[in-house]
Design a binder for this molecule. Structure first.
Ligand code: NAD
Ligand code: WQD
Length: 340
């Protein structure tokens, strides 16, 4: 059985990916420092899969601590999710973002070299692309000038991984550029569990729908889009998880040292469309007001999915209705999120 080290594996996307890996016959070792996730995720994973995954509470930047994981387990490949991801926070504490996101990646790569682990899948982001004029973004679209330190860490890590693979021909890298991951596991046992007031649309809508927050502010309705609100490519987290399994299988057979894939649906959904779909899922109106634009937002962002479809055989199965209904189930079953 092939063993995958999943860093950040108790986080939102990581935990859903652990399920897909397990369903596809992989053995999983999770490393997470719980800076943005909770131990309870391990219990939930056990309920869903019937397995208790090996878990290390380790900061990936701590190379010596992380070495223990490579010594104690025969790791065959790595999926590196561990990182900080809040755009606004990254503007306030840029050094923390650069040191955590880049430091953890370098530490993982050093240990991959030391222990002859060759394949790594990295969580990149559509945030590395340029302006809305280029949509749909293909993997060849020009990389943009990032508007925040978080985005730059993704941009820089992509470059670091290219250099790493160039210097050592045994290494194979898969950069997955996610669009907007949303939704939750169908069981309602796992989902996005942000600390504090959410920054992202879906967790915010969920909390207004559930009554924990009062009102959604729609950030601008004067964009050059059909209803004036921004378009995004929302992708169900369960589809996204499946994309990682496809990426691992692809790395086993490809000769290319670096491969890049968009993971999205190829479809743009406006803020108001998302809100309407959520109202349908929860069965009641969701209070909202139109506010000013949020700084840094681009009008339109969606993926070209052709390459992922042709080369990885990846095609998202779920649409916006399933994204909303799974979010709502997660919200109603866990109104206060998971316990620490
Ligand atoms: P998340 O915060 O839920 O998961 C990240 C996990 O990494 C958390 O459990 C956190 O505790 C852990 N972590 C952070 N720094 C660590 C470190 N130094 N050592 C060990 N563990 C550490 O976020 P997510 O939404 O699941 O995102 C996973 C990855 O995907 C991140 O790299 C993120 O930047 C990237 N990504 C996310 C989105 C999105 O919208 N959610 C979009 C594109 C890319
Ligand atoms: C979606 C739309 C907002 C909240 C972010 C990161 C990106 C990637 C995915 C990691 C936008 C609008 C939001 C609210 C609103 N993450 N909105 N009211 O900004 O597309 O992408 O997550 O890589 O890097 O930037 O996602 O969910 O924040 O916003 O109107 O209260 O919803 O303006 O149009 P975004 P989001």
């Amino acid at each position: 059985m092939s063993t995958v080290l999943v860093t950040g594996g108790s986080g939102y996307i990581g935990s859903h990916t652990v399920i897909s890996l397990s369903e596809n016959g992989y053995d999983v070792v999770i490393v997470d420092n719980l800076s943005n996730s909770k131990m309870e995720v391990l219990n939930r994973l056990e309920k869903i899969t019937g397995k208790r995954f090996k878990f290390y509470n380790i900061d990936c930047c701590d190379t010596d601590a992380l070495r223990k994981v490579f010594e104690e387990n025969k790791i065959d490949s790595v999926i590196h999710f561990a990182g900080l991801k809040a755009v606004g926070e990254s503007v306030k504490i840029p050094l923390d973002y650069y040191s955590n996101n880049i430091g953890s990646l370098i530490s993982v790569c050093r240990l991959m070299s030391e222990f002859n682990v060759n394949n790594i899948v990295f969580s990149s982001s559509a945030t590395v692309y340029g302006s809305s004029e280029d949509v749909p973004f293909t993997e060849e679209s020009p990389l943009g000038v990032c508007t925040n330190p978080y985005g730059w860490t993704k941009w820089m890590i992509e470059q670091i991984l290219r250099d790493y693979a160039k210097a050592d021909p045994s290494k194979k890298v898969c950069l997955l550029r996610y669009f907007n991951p949303v939704g939750a596991h169908e069981s309602g046992l796992l989902g996005e569990d942000p600390r504090g007031i959410p920054n992202n649309l879906f967790p915010y809508i969920s909390k207004v729908a559930g009554g924990t927050l009062d009102c959604l502010t729609v950030f601008g309705d004067d964009y050059d889009t059909p209803d004036g609100t921004c378009l995004r490519d929302y992708i169900h987290v369960v589809d996204l998880a499946q994309g990682h399994v496809k990426a691992l299988k692809f790395l086993d057979k490809t000769e290319d040292s670096v491969s890049v894939f968009n993971l999205g649906t190829g479809k743009g959904t406006s803020v108001l469309e998302a809100l309407n779909a959520f109202e349908k899922a929860c069965g009641h109106e969701i209070k909202h007001v139109i506010g000013p634009r949020r700084s840094g937002d681009i009008a339109v962002c969606y993926a070209s999915t052709a390459k992922a479809e042709e080369v990885l055989g990846f095609k998202a199965q779920y649409g916006i209705d399933e994204m909303c209904s799974s979010c709502w189930k997660w919200q109603t079953m866990n109104p206060e999120g998971l316990k620490d």
